[in-house]
Write a protein that binds this ligand. Structure first.
Ligand SMILES: Cc1ncc(COP(=O)(O)O)c(C=O)c1O
Length: 431
């Protein structure tokens, strides 16, 4: 018998997500808890929902769900209506993750994919046809830009890249052929913010669907669907899983027809996440609210220190880019990613990377360790130099994804690297 068919009395300590008890909006919180907790998530705080995600409820059920690796599922007869038939279409472990991801954004549907880019590809395949037009934020993850420019163009879908901070420019870019507005806020790696509610209203008025890449904040710190988006896409490879061990992506939506189309595309193209990676992601999700709160607080602290050290105009963090919008659009904290540009150009950036000891040079964000990335050559290496410059990504820009270390240790590491790098580069730049 499946869990959903059981009577409540057959369950032990069942978590009733429809309850109105628990955390009430605006309730006073004990110190030290993550920030969103005044929000209603079916009456329970997000930290509670995530901690309990996937919990076994039936007598003798594993406390954490077992991985269902089976590729296929037995049927009682050809008229069987069993939920799972073949793991390319759906799988119990993937479904457990999907239920938890949907709750994270208060949505009825989450569809999990092998990677974040697989999720984005499925969204484009679900929404766009040859001859259609897409408008994108100019500040996008480089892989998304490459997908639009080099793959979707082959299917006859044209993309325009616009600085979506400028709503007049966005309005001018929307045409009768525009089917999709694809936004990323905060943008990778400039941390530029787009007013999601205003942008979504413009696009919907012109008949386009709106999708927000919510990878940098997750449903813990930003709720695009509440701001008017039709879909929120997330690379779970990053903060949701959090430990750099599992690839994944998801589209979250309240639009039942879009969800059905996405499941159809996934089944036809074979883009579903593997059960093992879904299982690892569910494990990571349990601690997401605590991790993202702590990592965001540390990031803001480090960004403030860096601004004093090298000048605020050289440091990018959501609250520096647009404080009023960050306060309105985010749920109390602003994410664990910042970026900075040092005097001394590309040479100086390389010298910093040679001199850090604690921060690791990788192409990744959102893990428990602090990570540094040289965006122009790594995440945005596949984007044409002119497009990179137009998006505000200079050769000296370094992106920092702040982890769970004590921020004082990270600051000491960066300080040492700033001093050493200034000595190393030929022209004597300020330390
Ligand atoms: C903002 C953003 N969106 C999407 C992706 C793509 O995710 P994945 O690597 O899981 O395909 C990334 C990857 O770095 C990203 O940073």
């Amino acid at each position: 018998m499946t869990q959903s068919k059981q009577s409540p009395s057959a369950r032990r300590g069942s978590l009733d997500l429809t309850t109105t008890s628990g955390t009430s909006p605006g309730a006073e919180r004990p110190a030290g808890l993550p920030p969103d907790l005044g929000l209603p998530h079916g009456g329970l705080s997000l930290a509670t929902l995530c901690a309990q995600a996937g919990r076994g409820e039936r007598d003798g059920e594993p406390h954490f769900p077992a991985i269902v690796q089976s590729t296929t599922f037995a049927r009682a007869g050809i008229e069987s209506t069993a939920e799972h038939t073949y793991s390319r279409a759906s799988n119990p472990t993937v479904s457990a993750l999907e239920r938890a991801l949907a709750r994270l954004e208060d949505a009825p549907h989450a569809i999990a994919f092998a990677t974040g880019l697989a999720a984005e590809t499925a969204l484009f395949q679900a929404v766009c046809r040859a001859g259609d037009h897409v408008v994108c934020s100019r500040g996008l993850y480089g892989g998304t830009t490459r997908l639009f420019e080099q793959i979707l163009s082959r299917a006859g879908v044209r993309a325009s890249f616009v600085d979506t901070r400028d709503l007049a420019a966005l309005r001018a870019a929307l045409t009768p052929a525009t089917r999709l507005l694809f936004l990323e806020s905060p943008a990778n790696p400039t941390l530029h913010l787009t007013d999601l509610a205003a942008a979504a209203a413009l696009a919907r008025a012109s008949g386009a669907k709106v999708c927000v890449d919510n990878t940098f904040l997750t449903g813990a710190l930003q709720r695009p669907l509440d701001l008017g988006a039709d879909a929120s896409v997330i690379s779970t490879t990053k903060l949701v899983e959090g430990h750099s061990v599992a690839l994944g992506g998801a589209v979250v939506t309240r639009d039942a027809a879009l969800a059905e189309e996405l499941r159809f595309v996934r089944k036809c193209t074979g883009a579903i996440q593997t059960p093992f990676h879904a299982w690892l992601t569910l494990l990571g999700l349990k601690t997401l609210p605590l991790r993202i709160a702590r990592q965001s607080e540390s990031a803001e602290h480090i960004a403030t220190w860096l601004a004093e050290r090298i000048g605020a105009e050289r440091v990018h963090y959501p609250t520096f880019e647009d404080p009023a919008l960050a306060a309105r659009q985010h749920l109390g904290l602003h994410g664990n990613v910042l970026s900075f540009e040092l005097e001394g150009g590309y040479e100086r950036a390389c010298a910093v990377l040679r001199n850090v000891r604690l921060c690791t040079l990788v192409e990744h964000v959102g893990s428990v360790e602090t990570l540094l990335t040289h965006s122009a050559s790594m995440t945005h290496g596949g984007v044409a130099p002119a497009a990179r410059r137009a998006a505000g990504i200079s050769e000296e820009l370094l992106r920092l994804s702040v982890g769970l270390e004590d921020p004082r240790d990270v600051i000491a590491d960066l300080d040492r690297a700033l001093l050493a790098s200034a000595k190393e580069v030929a022209s004597c730049v300020p330390a």
